[in-house]
Design a protein. Sequence first.
Length: 557
Amino acid sequence: MKVNVPLMTDVMTSSPTDEITAWLDADPDPDTYAELADLVERDPAAAVRRFESRLTFGTAGLRGPLGAGPNHMNRVIVRMAAWALGTRLRADHASGLVVVGFDARPNSREFAIDSARVLVELGLTAEVLDEVVPTPVLAHSVIDRGAIGGVMVTASHNPPSDNGYKVYWGDGAQIIPPIDREIEQLIGSRGPLSESELADADVSVMVSAHDRIDAYLDSVVSRVPGAGTTLVRSVYTPLHGVGGPTLLDAFERRGLAAPIVVTEQFEPDGSFPTVSLPNPEEHGALDLAIATAEASACDLILANDPDADRLGVAVRRDGAWRTLTGDEIGTLIGDHLLRAGTGQDRVVACSFVSSTALDRVAAHHGVQIRRTLSGFKWIIRPVIDEPNLQYVFGYEEALGFAASPLVRDKDGITAAVILVELASGLAAENADLVDRLDEIAQRDGLVMTRPVSVRYDDDAAAVTALMAQLRSEPPTMMASYSVAIDDWLNHADPADIVTLDLGEAGQVLIRPSGTEPKIKAYIEATIDTVTDIATARSTLTARIDIIATAVSDLLTR
């Protein structure tokens, strides 16, 4: 039941009152309706500011804080996005199926059902998975069900206040240009949808999430190479996300011993009560997992992010816990899968901001590698664009890994299975994951990386301003190293990336995040010939420490 709309005050005589009124008339959510109506009465200028911008449909669809108005995630903006998606799909297809999944964040279920109702009214068929599912399950369903598109309602590892809307095309991958721009233009071409533009709420569009999870486990997890034995004790946390039951089922099907779960974080909870940021990369995110591992004498920690498309890993080493970087995990999985197969027609892939260690691994195994722009919509492209090749593995340094051409996005559950089986095989040789990293370094050369990121939650515009300043006033020195600048906006395929080339000392790639108000920097340093691995690691660690301090200063100037 809607609350009464307060009258606009004189302060708003030059404001977009018609737009605000139309938004209120279309808002089916009593909470966001009341939020905006209260702003109109109490702080009209703040209400107007809500309409000065709109969430942009970009890198991963929509993503932003929950709340009223077009610059927040809510049912009105989601309905507009679903209409734009459906309209764009109808341009290519007279009919077809769109599969819709959702996670446990607030309003995710409502966003999914609203999307299905809009799509059905446009003449498409929609299936909404009836329970929360991991993102890799939804991504697999697009291919498995022969759908022309897919939607996953999730903000992945974003802050608890956020939600998001990720879109897949009929090839099973996230949308790429120009489709994303076309959908964005369609959203901007119209106002909010009225209730008459949605099909009736009909439970017949709901399908069994359990069946979709079974199909994913049968055709993806069951087919990755591995021994199916467990010689390491592991702890697992889904960080209050939706991956827990599916991961436990995956372990059982592979014959792996169930990990000890972090009970405080196992049940889905979109408020994420034990972490400030539900991202395995963030400082403190693994604290409860480490405490659980210490209490249960486990040597390996696995952590999914809330939609289970990412995997974090920590290893007990000499009585302390070492958190592996995304580059280290990617190197381990890539080498492991290439050891398990044959053929020069195999290909692996990673983003430009990921370590060059995978290039060296690929060269050792005599296979091809593709380096791409950031984002799995690019990393997975060899599956789609080069079907004559065997796609073995792709990764990005932000803990995203893909080991099956049937899931054309990040898959933290399959990656966890592979890591446990790799660790178990190494344990049989009295070795661990760090030993394997050392072995690869002595074989291929040592590559060490470190990410540095700075958030600008209170001033998102600072991201654009800082990238512009970096280009207009580039540093000539970083610590004691001379700097040469490579601006990727000048490349044949432009990208918002700046490389700081430090010569033999290494390099730093800097780019804005596509989904959060942050700038990310990627430091890499190498030693091509390693005789003493401990000395080589110490040398590069000291060098990266110096560079990281300089990068932090640069990004906060």
